[in-house]
Design a protein around this ligand. Structure first.
Ligand SMILES: C[S@@+](CC[C@H](N)C(=O)[O-])C[C@H]1O[C@@H](n2cnc3c(N)ncnc32)[C@H](O)[C@@H]1O
Length: 385
């Protein structure tokens, strides 16, 4: 009877039905189907899935062992790997095959599939850490050290604008390498204190350092490109890049030289954008699990930003040379945290993020090493811990 399900050009539906009914004749049809040439990727993947649903492990193992190392689209190979993950719980041959496939392809998607599957098997054992930070708090000093006071996974969101290498008076690093090493140390702390699966957002943009003399060229540093690497090395993965766009009148004028001469090669456009790099802590589960921790009625009912371009005028402050506009902090808090979350800015400066977080019902934790800025933050109600 099942054979009538099989038509010359198999459809996803017909293949699914063959997979649902476990029988020797169905697995034979599916194995035969797979040998047909010119099948689309989706069809081929569905056939592998339906073969994997069958009971005859000998036949399934023989099939996977032969085909997983043959020339197929990666989507089809992923499905074979998925079958191995599933079957490895009941049959050791599939665990061995799973490891051989992983070694053969050395592929990051498969690595993630394996981590997810291990996590699902152990998840009942993992307990959420109890929250310890209950009011607006401040750590005074170098965040690479002061953050040791914070226990693992206490923070639900990190948003910060680190020093842009030596662009401002408050930063003086021996070299760019030294700067990146220092940032890496802070990011390691960020990884430790951030709850699994939550976001870190870093605001940076390229900078230029002053020329050492007229005979030398100045050096321009694409800081955000290098941050990508140190974020990944620290255990975060890329989610998005949001482009903060400012009005042209508000940025330094770089185009004037070119406008005078109009000489090719001397073109230097006015830079009206900064990056907001959005990364998530490497975690073997989907975001849905993080969202499920909250009341299901909690959602943003106001206007949304539907693109990754946010048009916001910069803010200038007489007390600090590089403050966040409040609107930027509002958007970050709205899209990447829930009310009641503990949110951290490890390079707090004047504490704009902390202030906005407080008004939006989040609990801010700020770090600042400059004693004058720290003093002002204490006066604004951030308790030193
Ligand atoms: C770009 S500013 C941040 C400005 C902030 N977004 C605001 O709205 O005011 C960077 C701040 O980080 C501080 N800082 C630099 N290195 C630090 C470190 N290792 N630990 C703690 N604070 C640091 C600097 O003193 C400076 O105030």
């Amino acid at each position: 009877m099942t054979e009538t399900l099989f038509v010359n050009i198999p459809t996803i539906e017909s293949i699914k039905r063959l997979g649902l009914e476990k029988s020797d004749s169905n697995i034979a049809i599916l194995l035969d189907m797979f040998t047909q040439e010119e099948l689309g990727v989706d069809i081929r993947r569905e056939i592998v899935s339906s073969i994997g649903r069958q009971k005859n492990n000998d036949k399934i193992y023989e099939f996977l062992n032969r085909e997983a190392f043959s020339n197929h689209y990666m989507e089809v190979i992923y499905q074979m790997f998925r079958t191995c993950l599933y079957k490895s719980k009941e049959d050791a041959r599939f665990a061995d095959l799973r490891d051989r496939i992983l070694r053969h392809y050395n592929n990051e998607v498969m690595q993630k599939m394996l981590e997810y599957s291990i996590f699902r098997q152990q998840k009942k054992m993992s307990l959420k850490p109890q929250r310890k930070i209950l009011k607006p708090s401040l750590l005074v000093g170098d965040n690479r050290i002061t953050l040791n006071k914070i226990q693992e996974q206490q923070i639900q969101l990190i948003f910060t604008s680190p020093p842009y290498y030596n662009a401002r008076l408050y930063s003086d690093y021996k070299s760019y390498h030294d700067y990146l090493d220092s940032m890496k140390d802070t990011l390691k702390q960020c990884y430790r204190i951030l709850e699994n699966g939550r976001f870190i957002l870093i605001n940076v943009s390229p900078v230029i350092t002053k020329r050492a003399g007229r005979e030398f060229e100045s050096i321009r540093y694409p800081i955000h490109f290098d941050f990508h690497k140190i974020l990944c090395d620290s255990g975060f993965y890329f989610i998005d890049e949001i482009i903060w766009i400012k009005p042209e009148y508000s940025v330094p004028n770089r185009i004037a030289g070119y406008l005078q001469t109009k000489k090719p090669l001397s073109y230097k456009p006015n830079c009206i954008t900064e990056s907001i790099m959005v990364y998530r802590k490497n975690t073997p589960f989907l975001l849905d699990k993080n969202i499920r921790d909250y009341d299901k009625n909690l959602k943003n009912d106001d206007e949304i930003d539907s693109t990754n371009c946010w048009y916001i005028a910069p803010k200038f402050d007489k007390n600090h040379p590089a403050v966040f506009p409040e609107e930027l902090c509002q958007k970050v808090l709205k899209y990447y945290s829930f009310k009641g979350d503990v949110v951290c800015d490890p390079f707090a400066g004047s504490g704009t993020f902390g202030k906005v977080a407080n008004t939006m019902g989040r609990i801010p934790l700020l770090c600042e090493q400059n004693l004058d800025y720290a003093e002002k933050l204490k006066q604004r109600g951030f308790d030193e811990i």
